[in-house]
Design a protein. Structure first.
Length: 255
């Protein structure tokens, strides 16, 4: 396959990844495997760095769109963003230290747990609570932001879904407001990881720039769908995505 055809094929996955990530998170589980397959001779860090650059463009685009339409609880979201930013950088620095297979098994069983819980709780994410962020809520935001940020830096796929679930379950946001807040935190984690990947030369720039445009187009589409159809649509889409992710990861792990 020549390079132009390869980029065209990857562009499709980048568009789909941007669309899914903008609506419910988890676009990396569509985009990252495609990049790993397309660039088998590149180091894992270079593939991860390229993926982060592409994803950051789409996430920033959707975060900006949500920001114009949804009121953000900055007192809660900002500390979560800062914790996620710092620990995402440390995660990126540790990308070669933790066995990826172990991480894949942990994520696989976490996704199953989240899917079962979301399916069983029919009212989850349908009602938005205007949260008064006190010390407890801010501390929880920092704790979970640090954990998810580190995970995003060192591995990444599914981060948006974990953030969405955090804001829905822990902070009682509806899915629309949770999606908006999750995007802002995800921008922070992606940006922090790039502070490591760019200076160390772990980005395939031509592919990253072209695929970033495709990812942005997907993100614009996904954000528009989420805004139009609201929390009910996002919940259904979220469950469909989880089933897909569980099936995809399960196949890779056990077959």
């Amino acid at each position: 396959m020549d390079y132009t055809t390869l980029l065209f094929s990857l562009g499709f996955f980048a568009f789909c990844g941007g669309l899914i990530d903008a609506a419910v998170g988890g676009g990396g589980l569509v985009q990252l495997p495609a990049l790993m397959h397309a660039f088998p001779k590149q180091s894992l860090a270079t593939v991860f760095g390229t993926n982060k650059m592409i994803a950051m463009a789409g996430t920033l685009s959707s975060a900006f769109a949500y920001f114009k339409k949804v009121t953000i609880n900055w007192k809660l979201v900002l500390p979560t963003m800062l914790a996620a930013f710092v620990f995402s950088f440390f995660g990126a620095m540790s990308v070669s230290l933790i066995p990826k297979e172990l991480m894949r098994y942990i994520v696989f069983f976490l996704l199953i747990t989240i899917a079962i819980y979301t399916f069983a709780k029919k009212d989850l994410g349908q009602i938005h609570t205007v949260l008064q962020a006190g010390k407890k809520e801010i501390a929880l935001g920092i704790l979970f932001g640090a954990m998810i940020g580190f995970y995003d830096g060192i591995f990444g796929p599914g981060t948006g879904s974990f953030l969405l679930f955090l804001f829905v379950k822990v902070f009682a946001f509806d899915f629309l407001n949770a999606s908006a807040s999750a995007k802002l935190v995800n921008v922070a984690t992606n940006a922090a990881a790039m502070f490591f990947f760019i200076p160390t030369g772990h980005v395939i720039w031509l592919a990253a720039v072209i695929l970033a445009v495709c990812n942005i187009l997907g993100a614009i589409t996904g954000t528009a769908l989420a805004m139009k159809y609201g929390s009910g649509f996002i919940r259904i889409f979220f469950l469909i995505l989880l089933v897909f992710l569980i099936g995809r990861m399960g196949y890779d792990l056990f077959f």
